[in-house]
Design a binder for this molecule. Structure first.
Ligand code: HEM
Length: 387
């Protein structure tokens, strides 16, 4: 990696390495937070949901049906999670696979020319949002509008706790409401995530249309940029390691999965989560008061050398490959992980089929998204040589 291209990220990881070696939980962000960097501590905080409250905060003024999944207090969170898990269970995602494969193929037909191409707007950005469109049952002809609205929602997402997710983007919210109303009028509904949420049984009751809209919108919000970050990070790693791509081409089926996991580990698309102490508690020997905010550094945990050998090396031969914490851990663990992994695997398999070599374009530096809690690329110019 070229240090001048990405100083912020590299220095954050140097700092994490130093912090992991310090005893206790260092104070961070101008004294307002405690920083959790070691693997075991990160895993502990994420699992102790009765001691550490949700990463996006909680607004008690919002009605129950407008509370988004990460903020719903237990035990209701657990009940809604079962509905969401059922709606996007791996077995339900089978029809998405050929759709994403065809989509990737048609994009590669356009961009695999051997000329420099920015793969972020052409490949990385469209795939997660189009996969989402298909998975949820958004009409194909609305794909562009859906993409624009979901991007705009991501841009404003820091306001979600104040406005509620519906208030974040009223046009999008009204659009989803209309789709749900239309579905409710249908007698023979298509088999997709929207229908499954509408027909879900929550202790003998259906979810209200507003609750369906709320959870659909948080799934879209949470799954878009995260998956893009994964795809961009993956492509950047491949471009810098020609041997890795050659290995992928030799055995795409096995190697693709290993590369996806290793990319998730070494470049966690979500680098940090935040939690607030709900009561006095401890992490290791450190005592924390109620309302203390902790920064839970997933990116750091994934490079803890007590858990992963040679943690700064991209290696696809790890036996504990899936132990990274990039999808979180415990009851809030990412429900979209199967979908994200599937998209990334398909992109790799299709590249292995259509491309003989991936190189960084010589005159155009990659541009990274601002590093704070995420790791991703805004622009990545590559030369994809046709196979
Ligand atoms: C590479 C892609 C992805 C990454 C790295 C990622 C990462 C994460 C992480 C770290 C969490 C835990 C948050 C916490 O504990 O506070 C999470 C939760 C969540 N993710 Fe993902 N995610 C990805 C893709 C997706 C996709 C595709 C979807 C939707 C289809 C999705 C929907 C959600 C939702 C709704 C939650 C909240 C779960 C809860 O609070 O119970 N994510 N994700």
């Amino acid at each position: 990696m070229e240090p001048d291209q990405d100083r912020e990220y590299l220095s954050a990881h140097e700092r994490y390495r130093a912090l992991r070696a310090e005893p206790g939980l260092p104070v961070g962000m101008g004294g307002r937070t405690r920083t959790v960097t070691r693997y075991d501590d990160v895993d502990h905080v994420l699992r102790q949901i009765w001691e550490f409250g949700g990463s996006m905060g909680y607004n008690p003024d919002l009605p129950e049906e407008e509370q988004i999944l990460p903020s719903i207090p237990e035990p209701r969170h657990g009940r809604i999670r079962r509905v969401i898990n059922g709606a996007i269970a791996p077995s339900r995602l089978k029809p998405v696979e050929p759709y994403v494969r065809d989509l990737t193929r048609s994009i590669l037909t356009e961009i695999v020319t051997g000329e420099a191409v920015d793969v972020v707007p052409t490949l990385v950005d469209p795939i997660p949002v189009r996969a989402m469109t298909f998975t949820f049952g958004i009409p194909e002809e609305d794909a562009d509008r859906f993409r624009r609205m979901s991007d705009e929602m991501v841009e404003n997402s820091t306001e979600v706790m104040t406005t509620g997710i519906g208030g974040l983007h009223p046009e999008f919210s009204d659009y989803v409401d209309e789709l749900i109303a239309e579905r409710l009028r249908m007698t023979d509904r298509p088999n997709d995530v929207m229908t499954r949420l509408i027909e879900a049984d929550l202790d003998g009751q259906p979810l209200s249309p507003v609750a369906v809209r709320t959870q659909m919108m948080i799934l879209i919000l949470a799954g878009n940029e995260t998956t893009r970050n994964l795809l961009g990070n993956l492509l950047y790693s491949l471009a810098r390691a020609p041997g890795l791509f050659a290995e992928l081409r030799r055995d795409p089926t096995t190697v693709a999965e290993a590369i996806v996991e290793e990319s998730l580990r070494i470049d966690a698309p979500v680098q940090s989560l935040f939690r607030t102490c709900l009561k006095p508690t401890t992490v290791g020997d450190t005592e924390l008061d109620t309302d203390t905010v902790v920064q839970v550094c997933l990116g750091s945990a994934n490079r803890d050398n007590t858990k992963f050998d040679d943690p700064d090396e991209f290696r696809i031969d790890r036996t504990n490959q899936r132990d990274h914490l990039s999808f979180g851990a415990g009851p809030h663990i990412c429900p979209g992980a199967t979908l994200a992994r599937m998209e990334a695997r398909i992109v790799l398999e299709q590249l292995a089929d259509r491309v003989s070599a991936i190189r960084l374009a010589p005159d155009q530096d990659p541009e990274f998204a601002q590093f704070f809690v995420a790791r991703g690329l805004k622009h990545l110019w590559l030369r994809l040589e046709p196979a």
